[in-house]
Design a protein around this ligand. Structure first.
Ligand SMILES: *[C@@H]1O[C@H](CO)[C@@H](O)[C@H](O)[C@H]1NC(C)=O
Ligand SMILES: *[C@@H]1O[C@H](CO)[C@@H](O)[C@H](O)[C@H]1NC(C)=O
Ligand SMILES: [Zn+2]
Length: 515
């Protein structure tokens, strides 16, 4: 008997050792042979005959654009006079665009702008470049180093609200188009420029109406590029190069209302449990039981794989073996609030309302939970999970209202087999030759949420290189962009439009593919 067990154990140990050796071998082989997803197209150089410099005139147009105080405060509450002035300024500033027989301009929803630039080959599906005209309000005005609507230039930086979000893409794309049309060139493929006027308050009067107009025209757009993630330094551990993050999806949103009704009464003779107590426990349960870690199921895993070959060894090993290390990487990611937002549907307790007198037990308590839904989950799953976690019939859970729930966006094509991702990657690497390009998703939302019906390839990327410190200035104090960075924005759009004259197909660049 004992000998039997001993023999069994010895065989089991050998099998285990063999399996471990096999796993280790796979890990090593994958680490060594993992394919590179990066390309090195011809770089855009200052000496190119068609390089567009940020000269005095272009700079003046940009700083003037910053001076329009096109603030959106809340849904339907904006700055109509400023918008009207800004729209007029744009018309005056780009005479070739506005005078060209190839360009049709529609004012949509009173202030939003939709340009159609007719391509010479009508058989090609159009594409669309999107931005928005509005900005968020000013905060802490006293702490700005230059007045927030001045567009003042200091030490090579242009200061002002909207320099990054997102008048640089709006003006940059118009500069590129003005330059192109002035040189007498007609694009092969029709392109749209779409500028909503209330993106900062959900785009229901701007982008939503633009989308309706295009859907009525029966347009099918081959791809849409809107503002989004940028080129950042020091984003990943183990990567020394800047990384251009192209968002191929956006998280969804769900605001859940928790409500408890219980016996009220005088504070001198409380019942065992109050509405406040019941709700507080329910809310705390949600905080203590996060939604499942989804790392490895969505685009966030590609984000690491596409830069794997550029990482230092331990990170390279992890990123090229997510089949094994996903749980570990997901756990590591979830240790910071920023990383956690990529790993799962987040749960934020944002409001708690109950009671109005010191000595009266409130018969009612309400709380709001703000969930941002991971691209691989649905709002229904999130609500169901919350119900299970709370597991208390006295707590009534509901979607707060229809405007606070929308699903994660569909995931746009990316990778080596996607020609639209490829043209974007090529353009990015022409303008930012040091940068690695990788897909991700956005934790925040853009106007593209209204464009899902128009295109299955929607990318959110702003062609500007930002330090992590400068990223914090967006929607904050001292928002700014360097003149050099703005120059790159203009040339990025120019190259993108030029690249779109070539056939959209997948070009392989000679690296070894696959495993
Ligand atoms: C557009 O302007 C008109 C006239 O000022 C106004 O009645 C209408 O509500 C506006 N529409 C939008 C979508 O803002
Ligand atoms: C998308 O198209 C569907 C079907 O035509 C329509 O019901 C829906 O309202 C459209 N959504 C948007 C945001 O335009
Ligand atoms: Zn924006």
């Amino acid at each position: 008997m004992a000998r039997g067990i001993r023999r069994f154990l010895s065989v089991a140990l050998k099998v285990l050792a063999l399996m471990l050796a096999l796993v280790l071998m796979i890990v090593v082989i994958r680490t060594v042979t993992f394919p590179s997803y990066q390309t090195s197209p011809p770089e855009c150089k200052v000496t190119d005959p068609d390089f567009i410099p940020a000269d005095e005139e272009r700079l003046a147009r940009f700083t003037s654009a910053i001076q329009f105080q096109t603030v959106s405060y809340e849904r339907g509450v904006g700055t109509p006079q400023e918008l009207a002035k800004f729209v007029h300024f744009i018309q005056k500033s780009f005479p070739t665009v506005h005078g060209s027989p190839m360009v049709r301009r529609d004012v949509v929803g009173n202030y939003s702008l939709l340009y159609r630039v007719e391509g010479s080959d009508a058989s090609l599906q159009p594409y669309m470049l999107a931005s928005h005209l509005d900005v968020v309000p000013i905060t802490e005005e006293a702490n700005w180093e230059a007045p927030p609507f001045s567009g003042q230039v200091k030490d090579g930086y242009i200061y002002g609200r909207g320099t990054i979000d997102t008048k640089h893409t709006l003006m940059g794309s118009l500069e590129a188009l003005e330059f192109l049309l002035s040189s007498g060139h007609q694009p092969k493929r029709t392109l749209y420029l779409a500028f909503g006027h209330d993106e900062e308050t959900h785009g229901v009067f701007g982008a939503k109406v633009i989308s309706k107009v295009l859907q009525q025209r029966g347009e099918e757009i081959v791809f849409i590029l809107d503002e989004g993630t940028m080129v950042v330094d020091d984003f990943f551990p183990g990567v020394s190069k800047p990384v251009a993050l192209v968002s191929v999806s956006e998280k969804g949103s769900l605001h859940v209302k928790l409500k408890v009704q219980a016996e009220g009464g005088h504070g001198s003779m409380p019942t065992k449990e109050s509405a406040i107590g019941i709700l507080a426990r329910a809310a705390k349960k949600l905080e203590d039981n996060p939604h499942p870690n989804m790392f490895g199921t969505g685009p966030e895993a590609r984000m690491l794989e596409y830069v794997a070959t550029e990482m230092t060894l331990p990170y390279r090993m992890l990123s090229s073996n997510l089949w094994l290390f996903s749980p570990l990487v997901g756990w590591l990611l979830s240790q910071t609030p920023q990383g956690n937002a990529y790993a799962r549907t987040t749960t934020a307790l944002t409001r708690f309302t109950a009671g109005n007198k010191d000595n009266v037990i409130s018969p009612e308590a309400e709380a709001i939970v703000d969930h941002r839904i991971h691209p691989m989950q649905t709002a229904e799953e999130v609500l169901e999970f919350d119900r299970k976690v709370i597991n208390d019939a006295r707590v009534v859970l509901d979607v707060k209202d229809s405007s606070s729930v929308f699903p994660p966006s569909p995931i746009s094509p990316h990778g080596k087999d996607s020609p639209t991702y490829a043209v974007l990657q090529k353009t990015i690497q022409q303008i930012f030759p040091d940068a690695l390009v990788t897909p991700t998703f956005m934790v925040a939302n853009t106007d593209t949420r209204h464009y899902w019906n128009l295109s299955s390839a929607i990318y959110r990327f702003s062609p500007s290189a930002m330090s992590v410190a400068d990223l914090k200035r967006i929607h904050g104090v001292n928002e700014r962009i360097s003149i050099k960075a703005y120059e790159k924005v203009i040339n990025f759009y120019y190259h993108l439009i030029s690249n779109m004259d070539e056939p959209l197909d997948v070009k392989h660049h000679g690296h070894t593919d696959g495993l």
